[in-house]
Design a protein around this ligand. Sequence first.
Ligand code: ZN
Length: 423
Amino acid sequence: MDDTREILQGVRLLNPLGGFDGVVDVAVQRGSVLWIRKASCDPSGLWLLPGLVDMHVHLRTPGYEDAETLETGLRAAVAGGVTRVGMMPNTTPVLDSLSLTQSVKKKGESLGLARIEPIPCVTCGCAGEVCIDLESFANRGITCFSDDGSPVESDKALLDAFHRVACFNGVIIEHPEVTAMAAGGSVNLGRASTETGARGIPESAEYLDVKRCIDILRDSRSGARLHLTHLSSPESVRLVYGAVSEGLKVTCDVTPHHLALDEATVIARGPVAKMNPPLRSEESRKSIVDMIRRGMVTAIASDHAPHTARRKELPLSTAAFGITGLETLLSVTLDILGREAGMRPLNIIRLLTTAPAAILNTALPDIAAGKSLNMILFDPELEWTYSRTFSNSSNSPFFGERLKGRVVRVWFERELYREGEFV
Ligand SMILES: [Zn+2]
């Protein structure tokens, strides 16, 4: 263990757990925070934040290692300041068995990078019909489930899942989509479908499934937790907010790209900006930004979805859905919510740390004396071009773009990353 003591002087500590926002000196030694004191010098301009929790990540392994391996995915996570990754189950084979889920987690974590929170399927084969043995996972501390990539199609299976996860405070994470309405679609129904000629996906294909899940949750009287992921329609957020107001345990997340981009990007750039749900109208985008400002959205998650060039360099109608997002998560989110919603950095960072951690039922990230290191140093003024990636894939509309604010150092139990390189 490295005994060297390092003092980070004059950093702005933003720690959502205690609601702290102030300039301090922080000493680190032997993998822990030694002390935090009032700053002894002028502010350095750098921010110190807890490691981010990205609750929606596709690591593609097993099955699509040419798009991402556990190592490349977790390196991309760390480079983006993410130290805890919610791993979605739509791999090949899918994560619906305890042995595979545990072995992927173990293999990933043996790399000594970010931690993996596996999110196995709700239903066998992620097929949407019959629940897996949810309790056997809960007995091993795995309590979040999703059929992401698809919704839990069967009402009966969803009802069953709610009753069962309620017993261990688990959560069902729904990818809200009425598949029959979205089938064959590639872009937003409206300007994008008209201008590109590709088939459109209406917002209702999302919010009608949000409504269905909330209705089943209410009827279940189970007290279970439901999380609706990557919402793109203001109506979906309104439904979630309504459910919360009536006392149901419903949360939701939005991706940075649905906040920063609208359908004009897919019209101009094509498949690199094709994702599901699609980029929506400028009006919807603005509404969602405003809903975040008003506290109606629980968390931000990247929906990091790497694909090889072979699966993306195709006509809009056949190219794969999804973009990478781990490395740009923090820069894009801080920029858009700071600029357009006028939110304080501490409140934005909460959406990327303690809020998703609480949904995932995992330890709340914290920077405090005596705590194991889990923190990132961020330069909010640094302008950079996103031109290099640690991911195996570079299918991001932000790739090659200028961004403001960059992760410069990352510690997770030890120092992992410094100025673009792994330590
Ligand atoms: Zn999804």
